[in-house]
Write a protein that binds this ligand. Sequence first.
Ligand code: NAD
Length: 496
Amino acid sequence: MAIATLLPATTAFIQRAPRMLIGAEWVEAADGQTMPLRNPATGEQLCVVPRATVDDVDRAVLAARQAFDDSPWSRTRPRERQNLLWKLADLMQRDAELLAQLECLNNGKSAAVAQVMDVQLAIDFLRYMAGWATKIEGSSVEVSVPLMPDQQFHSFIRREAVGVVGAIVAWNFPLLLACWKLGPALATGCTVVLKPADETPLTALKLTELVQEAGYPDGVFNVVTGTGITAGAALTHNPRVDKLTFTGSTAVGKEIGKIAMDSMTRVTLELGGKSPTIVMADADLGSAAAGAASAIFFNQGQVCCAGSRLYVQRKHFDKVVADIAGIANAMKLGSGLDASVDMGPLISARQQERVWRYIEMGRESGATIACGGEQFGPGYFVKPTVIVDVDQQHSLVQEEIFGPVLVAIPFDDEADALRMANDSPYGLGASIWSNDLAAVHRMIPRIKSGSVWVNCHSALDPALPFGGYKMSGVGREMGYAAIEHYTELKSVLIKL
Ligand code: NAD
């Protein structure tokens, strides 16, 4: 057993009870209220953080507003924005181990995996976005203006930063999700108020220190810790916010979308998923089973695009399910500080209870638990679980569980697979496991999801837009698509 030793900097960060950054000030909540954070592997309290009030959020938005409207930041050139973002990425690289340990203690995930995945992906993404800072272009257009036939014109289209961004994120990839918002916002010249998830603000707070160290002017990046119901709602309703960007559940995303429509605040929503993994008869069954297991069990199944529905062509169904169950049964569960552990705890007692309710629902309705189906503590552990003998319309198949629970259903042919894969309110990702090029290319355009992976699952790249069809959201993170969401177009017509 190789338990990671905590860096002195990790312990020190937690012990000094981190505060929030509003403008230039690291502050407590206005009313002094705090909220406890827990280590999901033990259930023990880690530390407390400020529980922001509505007033705190309003002050943070005002700081971001002033920084956007009237500060040196509003006049920064693309090259400076590029260099600052690159510097921030360098500082994150320097502190990668510390960030990974904070993520592990706060979220439960493996520190070793967090360092090479969460933290490294966040760094790579910021560097990718730094590149866009110098490549944001408008265009010039030759216009006709038929109502003024005798005049001459010069016309061009500017792409301008959208303004103050209110960013609200979920707890499953706290640092990475924050950087998905921060990267395009800072590349385009926006300012930001970030509200991390109630449960997992630690890496966002460390990131905020690094933003300051990189040399961003005061007010460009602000962070408020607190609850969704108070701090999140205050950010959503604040009229000084120009754009809301949200990653979280579909239920909350719908509410935010409605509020944003009322005030015409720009909005992008990255929401839930119930992504299918489709294994065709010709697939390499070994890699398909290993890939399907990792598609659902990575990050304890708390991944928006987790492959939580498995469809296998009937003649190989039993074998693929048995192979996945074998992989699941061999997985070692424990603290994310132990590098030999394959799966950590769920984020909270509440999430453990939610996942457990679904497993019980499956049992009660006569489904077969092929493996797992157990929970234990201390900490919030649920064994990797595979459930078979369920109908496509069952809640286990239709609803997002957001835990290490796979439902598996056989299919007869390509049309059958596509019908069931698309029979979902969600449309975030899908994977096809096959070497039949023609079949794969027939299927790709017919799958209703924002990403399709072939012979892999949940493989992300900063250059590839990521987001959902249907109830999985509106808009895209990453790629140039993200730059478009953080900018407005302005058409200019000059009569000469
Ligand atoms: P959640 O919706 O409960 O919370 C997400 C964030 O919203 C948190 O910061 C929370 O404090 C805040 N919030 C809650 N209520 C709010 C309100 N009324 N007004 C404003 N903000 C509010 O989601 P969660 O449980 O933290 O995260 C899990 C969900 O996130 C899953 O559905 C998952 O699929 C989704 N997710 C999606 C993506 C994606 O890119 N599509 C990525 C990660 C997670």
